[in-house]
Design a protein around this ligand. Structure first.
Ligand code: AMP
Length: 485
C-alpha cells in the first residue's frame, strides 16, 4: 500500500466562484487537437467542475472531486490527463511504445463504457489509444486490445484483476489514476479489489477521486491513496438539482401506469426513464407499457450485459420511448438531458431519489421528475424530506377518463391479471417524433452559457415560459444529445 502523505491541503486552488462568467475551453492550456475535439462535441463553455478541476489536474495535483455523473466530470479529468499524456504520443506499431499510462476505474460496466466513449472522442485527433474492459462479456477482444498497447485503460475492478492475473494488463508505467464514482465502488464492495489494483501501481503518480458524497470511508480511501489532494466541490452532497421540476402525485397503485401515460401526453414528452424498485417489477411493467403501445425497454440486473447495453443503445438512438429501470442497473448512466424521470415506485433508499432525479436536468438542461406516491409511501417520503431537508408537497392527480363507454368483449384466455380499466384504454395519441427530425433546435445545441449571467442550471427556475411549466421544454430531441442520429 503506498504510504500516501496525510491530507494536509484540501483547499481549492484558485477557486472559481459559481457566479463568475462561464469560462471557455480555449482559455486553458490545452493542445489544439483536444480543443478541436471539444469544439466538435459542441461544448462552448466549461461546466463548473471543469472550470475548477482542469487547471488543478494540469498543475499535477491530486484531486478529490465532489461531483456526480452529469456534471461534466468525465471531461474534467480526461482532458487534462490526455493533455499530459500528449508528450508520449507516437505512431509506432509496437505495443511496447503504448504502455498503459492512465487507468480509470469505474463501478459499473455501463459507466466504464460511457467514460471510454468520451475518452475516445476527446482523443480522436491524437495518436493516444484507449480501451475499456468490463465483466460479463468475452475476454478475448479485450485481451487483443490490451496486447496491442493502449495509453488509457478504463475498467471495472473485477475484470481488470482478471486481466492483470492473465498478464494481459501491465500497469507498471501508470502515471495517472482516476477512481470514478468511488462511493459506488465502495457500496458495491470493491474496496478489496481497489486495494489490490492500487498495490500494483507505481507510487509516484497523480490520483483523482470523484464521488457524489465524501463519507468517512471515502475520506479514508483518499488518505491512503491520494497525496495532498485539492478538494473540488460543485454541488452539496445530497443536494437535488435546482433545474429539475419535482412533482409528487397522489395515486393508487392501479392508476400509476395511466398516470405516466397521461403526463407524457400532456407534457408532450418524447422519452423518459421509469424507475421501479424490483427487477420483477421492471420486467412486468415494461411488458405492460409495450401492450399500451409504447416502445419500452427494461434495464435490470437479470438482463445480460449484452441486453443491457442494447436497451441503453436503443434508448439513446431514440428507438425506445421508455426505459424501465431499477436503481442498480441505472446507476451512473450518462443519459444526459433526459426530459423526464418517473419514480413509479418511491425508492426504498432516499439517496436513490437524488440519484434518480439526477438523470434529468443534467449539464445545464432542465427536467421533470415525477414521483407517484401511494398511501403506503408515507415513511419513504419522510426519508426523502429528511435527506433533502425540504417539505414535499404531494398533489392530487386527476386521471383523464379515456375509456370507451362499452369495452369490447374479452376472450376467455385474456390475461386476467391486468385491471380491466387498463386493457381497454386506447393507445396514447402522442407519438415519438422520428429520431432523424429535430422538433426543437434548442435541444440539438449543446449547453450554452450566457456570459453575463449565472450558470444555466441556476437560471432555469427564473425563466418561466408562458403556458408551460417553467423548466419543461416539449418534444426534446434526446437522441441527438446522446450521440444518436
Ligand atoms: P458526465 O458528468 O461526464 O457524465 O457528463 C454529462 C454530460 O454532459 C455528457 O453527456 C457530456 O457529453 C456533457 N458535457 C460535458 N461537458 C460539457 C460542456 N462543457 N458543455 C456541454 N455539455 C457537456
Amino acid at each position: 500500500m503506498p504510504p500516501a502523505k496525510a491530507l494536509h491541503d484540501n483547499r481549492e486552488v484558485n477557486p472559481t466562484p459559481e457566479t463568475a462568467p462561464p469560462a471557455r475551453f480555449d482559455s486553458l492550456a490545452l493542445d489544439p487537437k483536444l480543443l478541436r475535439a471539444v469544439a466538435e462535441s459542441g461544448y462552448e463553455s466549461m461546466t463548473p467542475i471543469q472550470a475548477k478541476a482542469i487547471p488543478i489536474v494540469l498543475a499535477g495535483r491530486d484531486v478529490m472531486g465532489a461531483a456526480q455523473t452529469g456534471t461534466g466530470k468525465t471531461a474534467a479529468f480526461s482532458l487534462p490527463l490526455l493533455q499530459k499524456m500528449l508528450k508520449h504520443e507516437n505512431a509506432s506499431m509496437s505495443p511496447a511504445r503504448h504502455p498503459v499510462r492512465a487507468l480509470v476505474l469505474a463501478p459499473t460496466r455501463e459507466l466504464a463504457d460511457q467514460v471510454a466513449a468520451n475518452v475516445k472522442n476527446y482523443a480522436k485527433f491524437t495518436q493516444l489509444r484507449s480501451t475499456v474492459v468490463f465483466g460479463g462479456i468475452d475476454m478475448k477482444p479485450q485481451t487483443l486490445a490490451l496486447k496491442a498497447g493502449v495509453e488509457v485503460l478504463i475498467a471495472t475492478p473485477g475484470r481488470l484483476l482478471d486481466h492483470i492475473e492473465a498478464k494481459n494488463a501491465v500497469l507498471n508505467q501508470v502515471e495517472y489514476v482516476v477512481l470514478d464514482e468511488a462511493d459506488r465502488m465502495l457500496d458495491i464492495g470493491f474496496l478489496p479489489d481497489l486495494q489490490r489494483i492500487l498495490s500494483y501501481l507505481p507510487r509516484d503518480r497523480q490520483t483523482l477521486l470523484f464521488s457524489a458524497t465524501f463519507s468517512p470511508e471515502i475520506r479514508r480511501l483518499a488518505e491512503s491513496y491520494l497525496r495532498e489532494p485539492v478538494t473540488v466541490e460543485v454541488a452539496r452532497p445530497n443536494a437535488t438539482a435546482t433545474n429539475v421540476e419535482q412533482r409528487f402525485y397522489n395515486v393508487t397503485d392501479d392508476d400509476k401506469r395511466a398516470a405516466v401515460r397521461q403526463i407524457l401526453r400532456q407534457r408532450e414528452l418524447s422519452q423518459a426513464i421509469v424507475f421501479v424498485n424490483s427487477k420483477l417489477g421492471a420486467a412486468r411493467l415494461a411488458r405492460s407499457f409495450e401492450r399500451d403501445g409504447l416502445k419500452t425497454a427494461a434495464l435490470h440486473g437479470d438482463k445480460s450485459q449484452d441486453e443491457r447495453l442494447k436497451s441503453l443503445d436503443a434508448f439513446k438512438k431514440g428507438e425506445v420511448d421508455l426505459l424501465v429501470a431499477t436503481d442498480v442497473a441505472a446507476r451512473g448512466l450518462d443519459i444526459a438531458d433526459l426530459p423526464a424521470v418517473f419514480n413509479f415506485d418511491v425508492p426504498f433508499n432516499a439517496e436513490d431519489y437524488v440519484h434518480r432525479i439526477g438523470r434529468t436536468g443534467r449539464a445545464g438542461a432542465s427536467g421533470l421528475a415525477v414521483t407517484l406516491v401511494t398511501r403506503d409511501d408515507a415513511r419513504l417520503i419522510g426519508d426523502i424530506e429528511r435527506l433533502i431537508k425540504k417539505k414535499l408537497e404531494i398533489e392530487p392527480f386527476e386521471l383523464e377518463d379515456l375509456r370507451p363507454r362499452r369495452p369490447p368483449r374479452r376472450s376467455r384466455d385474456d390475461d386476467d391479471r391486468e385491471p380491466a380499466a387498463e386493457r381497454f384504454e386506447p393507445a396514447p395519441r402522442y407519438r415519438m417524433p422520428t429520431p432523424a427530425v429535430s422538433a426543437d433546435p434548442f435541444f440539438d445545441k449543446p449547453y450554452e452559457a450566457a456570459a453575463d449571467a449565472a450558470p444555466v442550471w441556476e437560471r432555469a427556475k427564473a425563466e418561466p415560459r408562458p403556458g408551460k411549466a417553467p423548466n419543461i421544454r416539449p418534444k426534446k430531441k434526446l437522441a441527438s444529445l446522446l450521440g444518436g442520429h
